[in-house]
Design a protein around this ligand. Structure first.
Ligand code: ZN
Length: 306
């Protein structure tokens, strides 16, 4: 259940807080949660979040000091375990714990229990969701970069943002590839998950123009067609949108590549952690960041014919 690229999953909370974490070599000031929130806003402004979204601080006091920050896609029980075992002062997740309004955070339900465990463990929770998708250097940009896309533009430009901000990206591969070759590249970049990668289209069909959207992107088919993408990489493609997109295809395009929702967003965590460290370092603060090693893709195994 662990992603392959981070071997350090020691379950130890014994190291004293403040024992390390600074790589700047300078005397760094102690960051407070409020300082981190300002840095988060600089990187992933709340104004870029969709209307229906719930981003920002979920739990925590702005005056509390922050030395260790764990990044994860989902605030699951296992991820909270990991944060508390490491002694994190802050957990930043892509997905909101409380997207829908709640009337109680009683510890009898798993969401209330999560809130209790975080507060009792001295760990704040912050969400960077569609603002993290849309921003420059966000989920969409990281995916586009991972596939080597050039001359990218947003698939759905942000309503309240710069021209380069928005959900999804479309751009060109440096060289034409077959759909099979490109799918192999996508598969090699994604963290290993049980569901693998699903592809619709002729394996020998040629692709150059690629549209990407981290997470569930089946609302963007109109933009994908408008941008004349040869292939669309996204996650959570349900039967009807996928089937209808294939029926409406012109010369078989856009081909579809359906990846793990978790995986498509997990790629962002490492650059996000680095970017936050840099912004805080510029302000004289030193924090230690870590990317969760927990695979929070909900699927555990798959059966396929043949
Ligand atoms: Zn998502």
């Amino acid at each position: 259940m662990e992603t392959p690229s981070n071997p350090d999953a020691r379950a130890s909370a014994e190291e004293p807080a403040g024992a390390g974490g600074s790589e700047s070599g300078q005397e760094a000031a102690q960051a407070r949660l409020g300082d981190v929130l300002l840095a988060v806003e600089e990187l992933w402004p709340e104004s870029l979040a969709e209307d229906w979204d719930a981003v920002g601080i979920v739990a925590g006091r702005p005056e509390r000091s922050v030395e260790r920050i764990l990044f994860a896609v989902d605030p699951t029980h296992e991820v909270i375990d990991e944060a508390l075992e490491w002694g994190a002062d802050l957990l930043i997740t892509h997905h909101p714990l409380l997207l829908k309004p709640v009337h109680s955070v009683a510890g009898t339900g798993f969401k209330g229990d999560a809130v209790h465990r975080l507060i009792e463990g001295g760990c704040a929770l912050v969400t960077a969701h569609t603002n993290g998708d849309s921003a420059v250097g966000g989920v969409s940009d990281v995916l586009a970069d991972a596939f080597g896309l050039q001359d990218t533009v947003p698939l759905a430009p942000a309503a309240n943002g710069l021209p380069e901000e928005g959900i999804g990206r479309v751009g060109n591969l440096p060289e034409v590839a077959t759909l099979a070759e490109f799918a192999e590249l996508v598969f090699s970049i994604m963290p290993a998950v049980a569901g693998g990668v699903r592809v619709a289209g002729d394996p020998q069909g040629l692709v150059r123009r690629v549209a990407v959207c981290g997470g569930a992107g089946d609302s963007l088919f109109g933009a994908v067609r408008e941008q004349q993408a040869d292939v669309y990489v996204t996650a959570d493609l349900r039967h009807h949108p996928a089937s209808e997109a294939r029926e409406a295809a012109v010369n078989g395009r856009p081909y579809l590549i359906d990846v793990s929702h978790f995986g498509s967003e997990w790629l962002w965590l490492t650059p996000a952690a680095g970017a936050l460290e840099n912004v805080l370092a510029d302000q004289g603060f030193s924090v230690e960041t870590r990317v969760s090693t927990r695979n929070t893709d909900p699927w555990d195994f798959i059966l396929t014919p043949g």
